[in-house]
Design a protein around this ligand. Structure first.
Ligand code: NAP
Length: 306
């Protein structure tokens, strides 16, 4: 295989773990390649993609703030990415000549949302199994909440209630969710509530934080206060998409209550593996995952974490 040129576009990109993850994947699979950070302010986004294509870049991850804005430059969106309304992975495909593509002589820009598969693969088996009987509370309604919603609807989760600070601003998540429901013939009930008037949490079997509240360096914050969390049933689980810190304030409060908890590290690993498989067209063996997780956990514990 040719030298595999990969990278990530976002702004700012100071704390991304993706370069470490993909450098390890290249090494584990014995591939020659590189994974570079392309810090790109929104105004430079349109010019960057053709430049990278001419440099023979094969694939990119996309992160904040470009996950939605980059969609208009794509020649092809995976059905899941179109439904989620956001992409996190781009493949510069040179094997197909598409006469309608925006850059027909050079490449076709294909895009995917591997956050959906990454999130679903990171869920414990028992949680996955129970989704059709589970009423879930999702905090936030941004890009990652849409990926989470798409996966949960595919799995026919009983209901998802989004809690947001401004329901009017977030209304499109439930209307777009209705299309996802139709596509997957799913009965999932979708609700939108204000964080200020959150119903009692005793009715939920799981809570997922998709807001950045509690993320480094605001580690003392929790997206909901301890007294509200206490109403969750004893068998409930709490999942925080944040992985820096490894245990957020929300997760430590939930753990203190004896609830099952999970952080966002496995989602990060699985979305990265899915992206890597798209770029390399190789399968990443499952037995690589524990070593990858250990490497990332070690890096997060360093005082100079990436
Ligand atoms: P996003 O598109 O900006 O969405 C963030 C959401 O959080 C929005 O609904 C936003 O509401 C809400 N929010 C922000 N600050 C808030 C506050 N102080 N109180 C209440 N709600 C607040 O971001 P994203 O891409 O979804 O990412 C969100 C988090 O998920 C980040 O921490 C990111 O690192 C993490 N993430 C992890 C993975 C993984 O692999 N583990 C993957 C993707 C994302 P407004 O619209 O009102 O601002």
């Amino acid at each position: 295989m040719d030298f595999l040129k990969l990278g990530i576009i976002g702004h700012p990109l100071t704390h991304s773990l993706s370069p470490l993850l993909h450098a390890n994947l290249l090494q584990l699979l014995g591939l020659a390649g590189e994974y570079r950070k392309y810090d790109c302010p929104p105004a430079d986004l349109d010019a960057l993609l053709p430049t990278l294509a001419h440099q023979q870049v094969r694939g990119l991850n996309v992160t904040i703030p470009h996950k939605v804005a980059v969609m208009k430059a794509m020649d092809w969106l995976s059905p899941e990415a179109a439904l989620a309304g956001a992409v996190n992975t781009i493949v510069f495909s040179r094997s197909e000549k598409n006469p309608d593509a925006k850059n027909p002589d050079l490449y076709t820009l294909k895009s995917y949302n591997t956050d959906i598969t990454g999130f679903m693969r990171s869920l414990p088996a028992g949680v996955l199994h129970d989704l059709p009987q589970s009423d879930l509370l999702v905090l936030g309604a941004g890009g990652s909440a849409r990926a989470v919603m798409t996966g949960l609807i595919q799995a026919k989760t009983a209901s998802i209630t989004f809690a947001v600070r401004d329901p009017l601003k977030a209304i499109s998540i439930t209307s777009d969710g209705e299309m996802v429901k139709q596509t997957y013939q799913s009965p999932t009930q979708l609700n939108l509530v204000s964080l200020d008037t959150l119903p009692c949490l005793s009715a939920f079997q799981g809570l997922i934080n998709t807001t950045p509240v509690g993320m480094y360096p605001q580690e003392a914050q929790s997206p909901i206060p301890a007294h509200q969390l206490e109403a969750l049933p004893l068998q409930a689980w709490v999942y925080d998409l944040i992985y820096r810190p490894i245990e957020t304030r929300l997760l430590s409060l939930a753990k203190a209550q004896g609830l099952i908890t999970a952080n966002g590290l496995d989602m990060l690993i699985y979305q990265g593996i899915c992206a890597f498989e798209l770029w390399s067209e190789m399968n990443v063996p499952a037995h690589f995952t524990p070593a990858l997780r250990q490497t990332l956990e070690n890096a997060l514990q360093l005082p100079s974490a990436p």
